[in-house]
Design a protein. Structure first.
Length: 278
């Protein structure tokens, strides 16, 4: 395999098990003059596993603006450069966007070398609708988180998030508010020794014991189809839910959230809100 000049290679690496790397990716890394790494110490483990001794340059979110001009210059000089992240496919919740856009500006070729991804790995075993939205890491601040979840709660797709394990309990409480009635898959340590998967209904996770560490991949199912009839009896569960929501949210937000999570028409929920507000 001959590598091209004036090209940056975007190389996918394992997400845990070091054997999950393609032959083509190994060839590109072997022939690269410089490998750009999110964390050189972490990437050294992979290179040692592959028995490769290569020049590594640190490239992460704290230095990418400073490093990018020098990288562009080295590519123009004819050197072969590859970009890798700590795990999986670069640029998916990882640094690199600045470099990619500078390459485009400078007419430098970009070649992806596909491979492992926790996004597709989690989706493949979820059993949920295969049209999905990948959100990445969720906001840490509560108001920003609620705004983000509300904006995607109506979309007719499965949803994929990354989450640090320490924030899982907090996120699960918010998921119950915005994604009630949907199913969830929590993937831990994908392809690693302590790999495990936890499935359930979002509404039934109050007693979930979180003894996990590291980063998690969370997949949430698509919304249920909406009930089309408007003369149906409203279950007591939904009535109680509306009562609780009206204590925290406006009528408009309550209608939006419960209509989406329970797949009941907005008209029914709105009428119920007015009755309960009397």
């Amino acid at each position: 395999m001959k590598l091209s000049n004036n090209t940056l290679y975007i190389v996918s690496t394992p997400i845990g098990n070091l054997d999950d790397i393609t032959i083509r990716a190994i060839t590109v890394l072997k022939k690269s003059d410089i490998i750009l790494c999110e964390d050189t110490r972490h990437s050294l483990k992979l290179l040692n596993h592959l028995k490769l001794k290569k020049k590594m340059v640190s490239y992460h979110k704290f230095n990418e603006k400073k490093q990018t001009p020098n990288i562009i210059e080295q590519i123009k000089q004819g050197k072969i450069l590859s970009l890798i992240s700590d795990a999986g496919t670069p640029l998916l919740s990882d640094p690199g966007k600045i470099l990619i856009n500078e390459c485009i500006k400078n007419k430098i070729n970009l070649v992806p070398i596909p491979g492992a991804s926790s996004i597709t790995a989690g989706m493949s075993i979820s059993g949920f609708k295969d049209q999905f939205l990948f959100f990445g890491f969720l906001p840490k601040k509560e108001n920003e988180l609620e705004k983000a979840l509300k904006s995607i709660s109506t979309l007719p797709f499965s949803l994929i998030f990354f989450s640090p394990a320490v924030k899982l309990k907090f996120y699960l409480r918010k998921f119950k508010t915005f994604f009630s009635g949907r199913k969830i898959l929590i993937a831990k340590e994908i392809t690693k020794i302590y790999e495990s998967y936890h499935r359930g209904d979002i509404d039934d996770l109050d007693s979930f014991k979180n003894d996990m560490r590291g980063e998690l991949t969370i997949v949430i199912s698509e919304p249920k189809p909406k009930l089309k009839k408007e003369n149906v009896d409203v279950p007591i569960k939904i009535i109680n839910k509306v009562k609780n929501y009206l204590k925290k949210y406006s009528v408009k937000d309550t209608v939006e959230l419960i209509s989406n999570s329970e797949r009941v028409s907005k008209k029914i929920i709105y009428k119920l809100c007015l009755e309960l507000k009397k």
